[in-house]
Design a protein around this ligand. Sequence first.
Ligand code: PMP
Length: 304
Amino acid sequence: MADRDGVIWYDGKLVPWRNATTHVLTHTLHYGMGVFEGLRAYQTPRGTAIFRLPEHTERLFNSAHVFRMKIPFDQATLIQAQLDVVRENGLASGYIRPIIFYGSEAMGLSAKNLSVHIAIAAWSWGTYLGADALENGIRVKTSSFTRHHVNINMCRAKSVSTYTNSILAHQEVAQDGYQEALLLDVDGYVAEGSGENIFIIKKDRIYTPDLTSCLEGITRATVIQLAEEAGMEVVQKRITRDEVYCADEAFFTGTAAEITPIRELDCRTIGNGKRGPITEQLQTSFFDCVNGKSDKHADWLHYV
Ligand code: PMP
């Protein structure tokens, strides 16, 4: 991805894409202490807009706070920078990736007196889990890799180091032909996908794991709000994998995955093996919001 035209916002300036490089001794490359975000920009009738930009930016600052990394810019500056990156790259829609990382002043685990850097890139990115995933759902397998414990890697932070666990889980199940992995927490309860939160529906009630070892997903919060506004009950609780097997419907949520139905877990068909009606209803209201077709949550869109 390094060799392409475009610009990247790097420490306060827009630089040519190919020049947005850093030294091999950057601390984050060696020890994994860095935090990042993932956002989407959508094409709407009023122009290109980034979905829930302040919420993502706030989570980026919270993640950095957890790791005691001091971002040398304020939230307003980074909000503007993300809008600039989408606009300057001429994107009608796409994915935005801000990342905060340490400089290369010193090695070692004290991580003291290191400079903190930020880069923001944006590019076109279609459906994350495949073209027909949103409509027909995906096949998922429970991974043998356990999700982080709340006291091992801070689960509220969207951190670089978290994702080796996600990659291990995803690669493990992808090798067996599944589209996504489900990770369980250290107690064996359902946590989340490798890059998504999970929801199940049973007898018209919606369930999602409470916020212990899963990421505090912004799509998760969006779906909870949309469901409650539609009069549905959403319960946050511990969920077992056999509750997922016996659910009427299940779906993943995430900025990349959006709302992706799960049609099968561990070779057990979920519901009738198709996208369920409540999943479809939530998808419709979600896509109406992100695509600017509904005015109900106009404040969720920031126009570039
Ligand atoms: N869990 C993990 C591990 C993720 O990587 C993501 C994607 N950021 C999510 C959940 C969903 O979060 P969001 O809806 O904010 O993208």
